[in-house]
Each structure stands twice: as C-alpha cells, then as structure tokens.
Design a binder for this molecule. Structure first.
Ligand code: RRO
Length: 310
C-alpha cells in the first residue's frame, strides 16, 4: 500500500487516523483494541474527576445519516485513564488524553495530575460536551473560553489542544480564532464535536429516540460533514501556528481525504467507528491510499491543507 505515514506535532504516525473521543475508548478492553488497530493515534474518553454513570438509557440512536447521542459523560474517572496512559505503548502510537472536568477547579486538578504522571500523552481539553444537563458548553461562552485557556496555560507546562463545538458564523470563527491565537501552548484544535441539541423523531410511535433531555442530543455522522469541513478549514486558515484535527462525518476514505485537504493533520472517526468497530481503520486506509494513487499523490504532505477556491 501507498505510504500513509505522517507527523503530528513532531510525532510519527503510521496513518492520519484515530478515534473520536467517546467512541471505543471508555474501558481498557476498548483502548487495547484501538492500540492494536490500524489507527495511527488514539484518544481516551473525556474524563471527569470522578467516575460517572452518565445519562439514562437509551442514550444513543443510529439515524439514517448518522447518530444522535446524549451519553452524559459516562466515564471511569480521570485516575483510570491515567493508569492506562502510564501503561500505553507510545512507540506503537501516540495517545491523547481527553479531559472534560465539570468545573474549572476539576480541570485544573486533572491537568496537574497528568503533568505529575510524566506520561507523553497529549492533553485534549474538551470544551464542547453538549449533553450534561444544566451545563452550558464552554466553547459557546467566549469569556469563559478565554478564562479556561488562561488558567490551563499557566497551570500546565506542556502543549495541549482543545476540542471545539461547531461554529456557524464567520464572526464566531474570527472571535474564537483570536482567543486561541493568544495562547501559545494551544498547539492543536480538534473540530468538531457533535452538533449539539438536535432532535429526531420516530414516526410510528411519535416519540423522541433517546431518553435524556427530552430527546435532545448531539448529532454526528454524515449530517455534520459540511459543518466539520468548514470548521476545520476556518481554523486552519485563521490559526496558522496550530495543527488541526478534523472530526465529523467520516465514514469513507473520501471523507478522510476531504478533511486533510481542508487543513486537518489528523482525522478522527466517531459515529462510523461506533457502528463498525476498529476494523474500520483498515478500510479507511485502503480507500485513502486508492484515492491518493488515482490522483497521483505519493504522500499526504503533497495535498494536506491545499484546498483550492474558485
Ligand atoms: O458523553 C457525551 O454525552 C458526549 C460528550 Br462528553 C461529547 O463531548 N460529545 C458528545 O457528543 N457526547
């Protein structure tokens, strides 16, 4: 197969593919499956200080073009993922460590412990969980975004990244990019999280599809691809010193190619991985290699970020 190897923040990757946080990464068995898969990197489930059961079930539903979820941050607590991070084989693939503390203080406590653990895991700060009842997304509160980035930047000595919600207005792209560009330690931006608070309805029973929040949940999969590509490209052009991780709507090699072209250096797979399991990375690699071959590209570097406009 064609060479799909690439680099992310100086780390070599066998392929520009990984899971999206929340999918196949809640418990050790799933993390090991990702470690053994063809993914070039992997990320743990967003964690809180303490273990959480999450929202009542049903809390995930497959839709014709994607998914709706309101998991509610079920996770084993930050120490569980730190234990995994200490055992992870970093020669095999890089590990990202996703953190979604419920308060600023919780986030500061967790990042201090990641720092003390001296693991090479890369912090992905999730500022965009749409599903915790009563908690607004930090990514949509620009003052709170500025405060948390200032606090984490002074408490944490290493480069880190942020997982953002989708934005839908050019003025918001500009404003968020301005805030991010003030923080040198923010080395990467993952866009996008699910499109928050969608609603889908079952025609026969005339009911919502998931139980939490009266059926409202984050939308993922094919529905979100154009929004994801726009956010990847908007932050790629506005934040030239930062790397972009693309997430949203990826189920084929063509979707991976589009994310890379739009400016992503690494591409995450959420809904399609949930549906198909870690074997999906084999197919995505083959499909990406075939597209590159047909187009005459030998390496990812030749087209990454090179989207043309009319
Ligand atoms: O656990 C969830 O409900 C969840 C999270 Br933390 C997130 O960041 N994005 C999402 O769609 N679901």
């Amino acid at each position: 197969m064609l060479d799909l190897s690439t680099f992310f923040l100086g780390r070599p990757l066998t392929a520009p593919l990984m899971n999206a946080s929340g999918v196949w990464c809640n418990v050790n068995g799933q993390l090991h499956a990702l470690a053994e898969s063809e993914a070039g990197a992997m990320v743990t489930k967003s964690c809180t200080l303490l273990r959480r059961d999450g929202n009542p079930e049903p809390r995930y539903h497959t839709l014709s073009m994607g998914s709706i979820n309101s998991m509610g941050l079920p996770n084993e607590g930050h120490q569980y993922y730190l234990d995994y991070a200490e055992r992870h084989d970093y020669e095999n693939k890089p590990l990202f460590f996703s953190v979604a503390g419920l308060t600023l203080d919780d986030n500061l406590t967790i990042v201090a412990q990641i720092q003390d653990a001296y693991t090479p895991a890369l912090l992905e700060l999730n500022l965009s969980c749409p599903n915790v009842p009563g908690k607004a997304q930090i990514g949509y509160d620009f003052d709170a975004l500025d405060v948390i980035l200032a606090e984490i930047s002074s408490a944490y000595s290493r480069p880190f990244g942020v997982k953002l919600p989708p934005y839908f207005d050019t003025a918001h792209f500009d404003e968020v990019a301005d805030i991010l560009n003030r923080y040198e330690k923010v080395n990467f931006i993952t866009c996008i999280n699910s499109i928050g608070n969608g609603l889908m309805i079952d025609m026969d029973s005339e009911t919502v599809l998931i139980k939490p929040k009266q059926g409202f949940g984050g939308i993922g999969g094919e529905y979100v691809l154009p929004t994801a590509l726009a956010n990847v490209n908007a932050f790629h052009s506005r934040c030239p010193k930062k790397s972009i991780i693309g997430c949203g709507g990826v189920s084929t090699g063509e979707h991976v190619f589009m994310h890379l072209l739009a400016g992503a250096s690494l591409v995450q797979v959420g809904t399609a991985l949930y549906e198909q399991g870690p074997e999906i990375f084999v197919r995505l690699k083959t499909e990406l290699a075939t597209i590159m071959q047909e187009k005459g590209y030998k390496t990812i570097r030749e087209f990454q970020g090179k989207l043309k406009t009319l």
